[in-house]
Design a protein around this ligand. Structure first.
Ligand code: UDP
Length: 240
C-alpha cells in the first residue's frame, strides 16, 4: 500500500547517527552515506531541510548530572550541533548539493542567522537548509527543534532516521519478542512511553497534525522510498 508522496520534508538526524559504530564523534564514512541519501531526495525534486543533534559530542543533561549548571551545559550541547552541521554541509557540498546552514545562535562567520522567511526561500530555490544550535535556548532538544522547524517551514512530514527500521513495542536490540508498528497514533506513542522522540516533540507534532516517519538510516535507498510514499518504516499520525 502506498502512502503520501512528500514535497517538502524535514529530516532529523541525531548526533549518534553521525557517530556510526564508535558511538561518539563524527564518522566520515557514515557522513558520506547519509549525504548520498539526502542527494537522492534532492535529485527526485524533494525540498529538504535538516535538524542535526549533538549527542555524539555533548549532551546538556549529562553535563548537569556531573555538577555543571544545566543551562551552561545545554549551550555546550547546542554548540556541538554546530560542529555536526558543518560536517554535514561539507559532505553535501562535496557532492554538489547546494546547502545553507542557519544557526539559532548567531555566528555569522560560519552560518547564517536563523531567519524563517529566508530559509523558506532557500528551500524554494532547491537548497538544503541545515538548522544548527537547536532552538537556541537551553532545556530544549533537537527533536523539539525538528518538530518546530518542520512546522515553520510548512513541511509535509518529519522523517527521523534511526538504526532500526521503525518503532517497536520494545527495543528490538534488547528484546527479541519486540514487534514493529506499521503505523501508530501520537497518543499511543505517548501512552506506551515509546522512545521515538521526546514528549514535547511528539505533542507539538500531534497538536499540529504533522506526520512523523521513523525509518532505518543504515539501509541504502530507504530515505528516498520514505519521501516517495513507499511503505517503509513506521508512520506516526492521528488515526490508525
Ligand atoms: N540543546 C539545547 N536546546 C536546543 C537543542 C539542543 O539546549 O534547542 C542541547 C541539549 O543540551 C542537548 C544537546 O544540545 O542535550 C544536544 O542535542 P540532542 O540531545 O537533542 O541531540 P541528539 O540526541 O539528537 O544527538
Amino acid at each position: 500500500m502506498k502512502r503520501e508522496k512528500y514535497k517538502r520534508v524535514l529530516l532529523k538526524l541525531s548526533g549518534e547517527a553521525l557517530a556510526g559504530d564508535a558511538g561518539y564523534g563524527i564518522d566520515t564514512d557514515v557522513l558520506e552515506v547519509i549525504a548520498n541519501e539526502i542527494k537522492s531526495m534532492r535529485e527526485a525534486g524533494v525540498e529538504v531541510c535538516i535538524v542535526v543533534g549533538g549527542g555524539n559530542i555533548f549532551r546538556g543533561v549529562k553535563g548537569a548530572t556531573k555538577g555543571m549548571d544545566r543551562a551552561s551545559a545545554d549551550y555546550m550541547g547546542m554548540l556541538a550541533t554546530v560542529l555536526n552541521c558543518i560536517a554535514l554541509q561539507d559532505a553535501l557540498e562535496r557532492k554538489k548539493v547546494n546547502t545553507r546552514v542557519q544557526s539559532a545562535i548567531e555566528m555569522r562567520a560560519i552560518a547564517e542567522p536563523y531567519i524563517r522567511r529566508k530559509a523558506i526561500r532557500h528551500l524554494e530555490k532547491g537548497r538544503v537548509v541545515i538548522f544548527a544550535a537547536g532552538v537556541g535556548s537551553p532545556y530544549f532538544t533537537t527533536d523539539t527543534t525538528a518538530a518546530l522547524r518542520a512546522m515553520e517551514m510548512n513541511c509535509n512530514v518529519l522523517i527521523k532516521g534511526t538504526s532500526v527500521d521503525g518503532i517497536y513495542t520494545a527495543d528490538p536490540k534488547l528484546d527479541k519478542t519486540a514487534t514493529r508498528f506499521d503505523e501508530i497514533t501520537y497518543m499511543d506513542v505517548l501512552q506506551r512511553g515509546l522512545k521515538v522522540m521526546d514528549t514535547t516533540a511528539i505533542t507539538l507534532c500531534m497538536d499540529n497534525k504533522l506526520p512523523i516517519i521513523v525509518f532505518n538510516l543504515r539501509e541504502t535507498g530507504t530515505m528516498l522510498k520514505v519521501v516517495q510514499g513507499d511503505h517503509v518504516g513506521t508512520l506516526v499520525h492521528k488515526t490508525n
